[in-house]
Design a protein. Structure first.
Length: 925
C-alpha cells in the first residue's frame, strides 16, 4: 500500500475522452530551450519506464508545458485545452460537500489517505489513448493511464474510487475525488474500518503517499473545514484573513471595512444598526474623500464593538456557509501595495455567500511587481488554497483588473503571468471583470493583510539557482580565486573581488558554519599565508626552517620542496575545502577515484597526512557509494535451503512477465509453482498478475488436483501478500513463507525454470510469437518428464510414482490388472528411495554451487546501529542512483539478513540481505 514503486490499479481500463466524430486535433509543440528539452526527455523516459506512456502513431497531438512545483522541481503537463473543448462532458456527480459534512459530524476518529499520483494509477482505455498523444523533440507518445489536465479526469477518478470503496461509502468511508476519509465513533470500530479500507485499497493495487496520510485522529481538517467532537467549523486558514484583521487605524481603513461588510448586509441581521457607529467614516462627498482619510484615529468603545461584531458575523455560520456543490463557486480577488485579498463564494438564490477568505502580505520583491502580476498572484494563491473546492467544477473568477480577462484565452507577454497561466490549465473557469467599487471585500483584505508574506515558489527556485549555487557552479564562477594559491599572478585579480572576506573569516567557527551551509570556501594567497601563521605545525617549521630541508619560505608562504614546489596547507577547514574542490565539484573533481584525486591535489598542495585524508574522504563519500558500480563480489556466503523431507512439503510460486507480445488470447503472464524436492512444475498462462488470479490458480490448478502443499514460498509481491491470498492459504491449512525482498536467490526454483522455459517456448512458437500460451503446456510437460540436473531424477516419477508415457512411446498388449496386496508397500518404498536419492543429489549440487559462489567472498560483519546504504531494487537507467539511504541496522535475523530503518523516515523499515548492503564509512574531520 505504501510501496513507492508506481502501480496501476486492478480495474478495467477507463474511457474518459469521448469526442464523437470530431476529427483528430493536432497542435504544434511550444518552443523550448535546450534545458527544457532535456527535462522533457528525462520526464518522458521516467513515464516510459513506469509504463505510464507508450510510443504512439496517433494523429492527435497536444503540446507539452513545464510548470514549476513548490519543491522547485518541474511538473510535466500537457496542454489539453483544445482536446477538452471537444470532449463530451462526463456528468458523473461529485459527492455533495454538505452531505459529506453531515456524515462526518457524528464520528470521533478520523483517518485521511492521500493517493500517490492518483490519476496515474488509473488505466486508460485503448480507444482513448491516441487522443492523449504528445510529442517530444524525437518521438511521439500517448498515455496508458489517466493523464492530468483532461476535463473528465475528476469525474472518472470519482467513479473509480466509488466503485472500489463500494458499500463502505457513506457508512465509514468517503472520498471527494482523491481525498479519502475514514470515520468511526469508537477507536475499536476505527481499527476494523481502517483495516478493511486498507485491504480494499491494497487488493486494488492502489499506492498511498505516507507523508500526507493522517491516521486515527480525533480531529482533522477536511475540505477546508475542521471536524472535531461533532462540530464542523471553517478551518482557521480559511477565515484567518478576516478573523485576525487589526482594528482600523485610519478613517480610510474603517470605511473600506464597512463597505466590505455591506456586501453581505442581507445575511447580517440589523446590519444598519450594528454598523452605525462606523458609518461616520464613510465619506459622502468627494471633498470628504480627499480630506483626512489617512489621519491616524483611535476607535471608541462603541466603534470597536461594532467592528468586532461585524467580523464575528462574517466568520461564523450566520454568514459564512458550508460549501454546497449544488451551487456554483465564485472567486473574487484583489491586490494593493500591501498585499492580496480573496474571497471564495457560492452563488445562492438569495445572493453570494462567502465560504473562505485570504489576506496575505507582499514580500519586498512582490511589492515591486507590476499591478498585473500582483493581481494574477492573488488568483494563484486562491487556487492553491481552495484547490479541493475548485478542481473538477466550473467556476467564475471576478477581478477588477481588465487585462486579466484574457488570461486563460491566449499566451501572455509577461513571463511570470504566462508561467502562471500554464499552471492553471487544469481548472475550468471563466474570467469576469467587475468595477473596483463592487469588489469591496477582497479590496479590504488586500489593504489590511494578515498572513505573513510567502515567496512565490518560482521566485524561490530562481533565487536559489543564482545565489546559493551548487558547489560545482560556485567554484566555476570563482575559479580564479582557487587557482590563486598556485600562482602569485592572480594577486591583483583577487583584490578586485568584493565577495572575498578577510582572514578573520577563516577562523574555525566561521569555517564550521560555512561547512554546515554546504558551501565551498574559495581562498586567496593572502588568506593562506595568514592561515599558516595560525597553524602550530607551520609556525614550528618556519621558526626552524634550516632544520627542515623539505620546506622553504617564499614571499612569506611556506612551501614544500618537491619536483614542483607547492604550498603547505594548514590543518582545519582549508584542507576540507581542497578535498571538496578536487573531489566533489564538476569542474575539478567529478567524484573520480582515489588515485586520480591524489594526483590532482599533490601537484598543487601538500600536507603530511594528505594520502590518508584523501583516502578517507573518498571512502566516506556517500554520493560515490550511491552511484559507483560495485566491482567486487557482494559479501555474504551462500545459505542453501535444506531440501524438504518429501514431495509437496515445500513449493515455491512466482509470476513470470509481462511477456511481450501478448498472446492471441490476451495472456501476458505465466504463474508457476515448483515443488522444491521433486522439481515438478505446474504452470498456467494468465492475463494479469493480481491476487484474484493467484487465488484462482491455487484453487483450480493446485489444491483441487494435487492437494494442499504444507508450505508455500513466494516473494513480497502484492498478489501474494494480499488479504484474499493469505485467507485462502490459511483456510486450507498451509503455511505462507516469504523471501527477502529483491533477493531472487531466495526463490531460485522458479527463477531457474523461467530461464529454461523462455527459450523453449520461443523456439516452438509462431513467427509473431502470439501462440506462446499454446506451447506452454508442452514445454511444462517435457520439463517434468526429463531428468533434472540437481536431483538426477525425473520430476514426474517422483510426483506420481510411475514412469511417464510419452505420446510416441510404444505400448504393448493390453494388460489385465490384478490385485497386488504389496503394491502400496512397494510404491512407498520406491518413492522413499527416489526422495532420499533426490535429497542427496540436491545437497551435493548445493555444495558444488556454494563452493563456486563462496569463492572470494566472506560473511559480512555488521553491528546493530551501523549506518549502511541499500541497493536500489530497480535501476531504470545508467544514471539512476544505485544505493539509497542512509539506513541504520536495527535487528539481525540471520547471518545475512537484517532489519534496517531509514534515518530520515523513521517509520520506513526494510528487510534486506548482506549482498544488498553497502557500509558507510565515518569521515574523519
Amino acid at each position: 500500500l505504501f510501496d513507492p514503486t508506481p502501480s496501476i490499479i486492478n480495474i478495467p481500463p477507463q474511457s474518459a475522452i469521448k469526442t464523437g466524430d470530431h476529427p483528430p486535433i493536432y497542435s504544434k509543440q511550444y518552443p523550448a530551450s535546450y534545458k527544457d528539452q532535456e527535462i522533457k526527455l528525462h520526464e518522458t523516459q521516467k513515464l516510459l519506464d513506469r509504463g505510464q506512456i507508450e510510443e504512439s502513431t496517433s494523429p492527435w497531438s497536444s503540446p507539452i508545458v513545464l510548470v514549476k512545483k513548490k519543491d522547485k522541481t518541474m511538473r510535466f503537463c500537457i496542454d489539453y485545452r483544445r482536446l477538452n473543448a471537444i470532449t463530451i462532458k462526463d456528468a458523473f456527480p461529485l459527492p455533495r460537500i454538505d452531505e459529506i459534512f453531515d456524515q462526518l459530524s457524528d464520528a470521533t476518529y478520523y483517518t485521511k489517505f492521500d493517493f500517490k499520483s492518483g490519476y496515474f494509477q488509473v488505466p486508460l482505455s485503448k480507444e482513448d489513448r491516441p487522443k492523449t498523444a504528445f510529442s517530444t523533440r524525437d518521438n511521439h507518445y500517448q498515455f496508458t493511464v489517466l493523464p492530468q489536465g483532461i476535463n473528465n479526469g475528476p469525474a472518472t477518478f470519482q467513479r473509480v474510487i466509488n466503485h472500489i470503496l463500494g458499500p463502505t461509502r457513506w457508512k465509514y468511508a468517503l472520498a471527494y475525488i482523491d481525498d479519502i476519509i475514514i470515520y468511526s465513533k469508537t477507536f475499536e470500530e476505527h481499527i476494523l474500518h481502517l483495516n478493511e479500507i486498507c485491504t480494499i485499497l491494497k487488493d486494488a493495487r492502489f499506492r498511498l503517499n505516507p507523508e500526507k496520510c493522517e491516521i486515527a485522529r480525533i480531529g482533522t481538517d477536511y475540505l477546508g473545514h475542521n471536524i472535531k467532537n461533532g462540530e464542523i467549523r471553517p478551518s482557521l486558514y480559511n477565515i484567518n484573513g478576516l478573523l485576525n484583521t487589526k482594528l482600523p487605524q485610519t478613517p480610510d481603513e474603517a470605511c473600506k471595512f464597512v463597505k466590505a461588510a455591506e456586501y453581505y448586509r442581507k445575511f447580517i441581521p440589523n446590519f444598519s444598526q450594528i454598523a452605525e457607529p462606523l458609518r461616520k467614516f464613510v465619506p459622502t462627498t468627494k471633498t470628504q474623500q480627499r480630506k483626512g482619510q489617512k489621519t491616524i484615529i483611535k476607535l471608541t468603545d462603541d466603534e470597536v464593538k461594532a467592528f468586532q461584531k461585524l467580523k464575528h458575523y462574517l466568520t461564523t455560520d450566520l454568514v459564512l456557509k458550508l460549501p454546497n456543490n449544488r451551487f456554483p463557486f465564485k472567486v473574487q480577488t484583489d491586490a494593493s501595495d500591501e498585499g492580496i485579498g480573496a474571497v471564495l463564494l457560492q452563488i445562492y438564490p438569495d445572493g453570494n455567500r462567502p465560504v473562505a477568505y485570504i489576506s496575505k502580505k507582499f514580500t519586498p520583491v512582490q511589492r515591486k511587481w507590476s499591478p498585473m502580476e500582483q493581481e494574477c498572484y492573488a488568483f494563484i494563491c486562491a487556487l492553491d488554497k481552495w484547490h479541493n473546492y475548485l478542481s473538477g467544477v466550473k467556476f467564475t473568477w471576478e477581478t477588477d483588473h481588465k487585462a486579466l480577462t484574457q488570461l486563460n484565452q491566449k499566451a501572455q507577454i509577461n513571463k511570470r503571468c504566462e508561467r502562471w497561466r500554464l499552471k492553471i490549465l487544469e481548472y475550468d473557469f471563466k474570467v469576469q471583470y467587475i468595477p473596483g467599487l463592487t469588489n469591496s471585500m477582497p479590496d479590504y483584505l488586500s489593504r489590511s493583510p494578515v498572513d505573513d508574506a510567502e515567496e512565490d515558489p518560482d521566485e524561490i527556485s530562481n533565487l536559489v539557482s543564482t545565489s546559493t549555487q551548487t558547489d560545482s557552479s560556485y567554484i566555476n564562477n570563482h575559479l580564479p580565486i582557487v587557482t590563486a594559491v598556485e600562482t602569485r599572478a592572480m594577486k591583483l585579480r583577487n583584490k578586485n573581488l568584493n565577495d572575498i572576506n578577510d582572514i578573520s573569516k577563516l577562523t574555525p567557527d566561521s569555517l564550521n558554519a560555512s561547512s554546515q551551509e554546504n558551501r565551498i570556501i574559495p581562498f586567496s594567497i593572502e588568506q593562506l599565508i595568514e592561515a599558516q601563521q595560525h597553524d602550530d605545525y607551520a609556525k614550528n617549521i618556519m621558526n626552524n626552517i634550516k632544520k627542515h630541508k623539505n620546506y622553504f619560505i617564499k614571499d612569506n608562504l611556506l612551501m614544500h620542496q618537491s619536483k614542483h614546489p607547492v604550498p603547505y596547507i594548514p590543518q582545519g577547514n582549508v584542507r576540507r575545502t581542497i578535498l571538496q574542490i578536487y573531489h566533489d565539484t564538476a569542474a575539478n573533481g567529478a567524484h573520480f577515484e582515489r588515485d586520480k584525486t591524489i594526483h590532482k591535489i599533490k601537484t598543487r598542495y601538500f600536507w603530511p597526512s594528505m594520502y590518508k585524508d584523501i583516502t578517507n574522504y573518498i571512502k566516506s563519500c556517500i554520493t560515490c557509494a550511491q552511484y559507483n558500480p560495485r566491482r567486487r563480489k557482494a559479501p555474504g556466503k551462500l545459505q542453501p535451503i535444506k531440501p524438504p523431507d518429501g514431495v509437496w512439503q515445500l513449493v515455491s510460486m512466482d509470476f513470470h512477465g509481462p511477456i511481450n507480445p501478448t498472446s492471441r488470447r490476451g495472456n501476458k503472464y505465466i504463474i508457476c509453482l515448483t515443488d522444491v524436492l521433486s522439481k515438478f512444475v505446474v504452470t498456467r498462462a494468465v492475463r494479469d498478475n493480481t491476487a484474484q488470479t493467484t487465488v484462482k490458480f491455487l484453487k483450480e490448478d493446485i489444491i483441487s488436483k494435487f492437494g494442499t502443499p504444507r508450505c508455500i514460498l513466494t516473494d513480497n509481491g502484492t498478489h501474494f501478500t494480499s488479504a484474499i491470498t493469505n485467507e485462502l492459504i490459511k483456510q486450507v491449512g498451509a503455511t505462507h513463507l516469504y523471501t527477502t525482498p529483491y533477493h531472487p536467490q531466495s526463490n531460485g526454483q522458479v527463477e531457474r525454470y523461467n530461464s529454461t522455459m523462455d527459450a523453449k517456448i520461443a523456439a516452438l512458437s509462431n513467427i509473431q510469437k502470439t501462440d506462446w500460451d499454446d506451447q506452454l503446456p508442452f514445454v511444462t510437460f517435457n520439463y517434468n518428464t526429463s531428468i533434472h540436473a540437481s536431483t538426477k531424477q525425473v520430476p514426474f516419477e517422483m510426483m506420481y510414482g510411475r514412469t511417464p508415457i510419452l505420446p510416441f512411446d510404444y505400448q504393448g498388449d493390453n494388460v489385465t490388472i490384478q490385485y497386488d496386496a504389496e503394491h502400496v508397500k512397494k510404491l512407498n518404498q520406491f518413492l522413499t528411495k527416489l526422495n532420499e536419492q533426490a535429497k542427496l543429489n540436491i545437497k551435493k549440487k548445493q555444495e558444488q554451487y556454494k563452493q563456486r559462489y563462496d569463492a572470494n567472498r566472506s560473511d559480512p560483519f555488521y553491528n546493530i546501529g551501523d549506518l549502511i546504504l541499500v541497493k536500489t531494487p530497480l535501476l531504470h537507467s545508467k544514471f539512476h542512483i544505485r544505493y539509497e539511504g542512509p539506513f541504520r541496522i536495527t535487528q539481525q535475523l540471520t547471518q545475512k539478513t537484517f532489519i534496517v530503518q531509514h534515518t530520515k523516515k523513521p517509520t520506513f523499515h526494510r528487510q534486506v540481505t548482506a549482498d544488498m548492503m553497502l557500509p558507510i564509512f565515518e569521515r574523519i574531520h
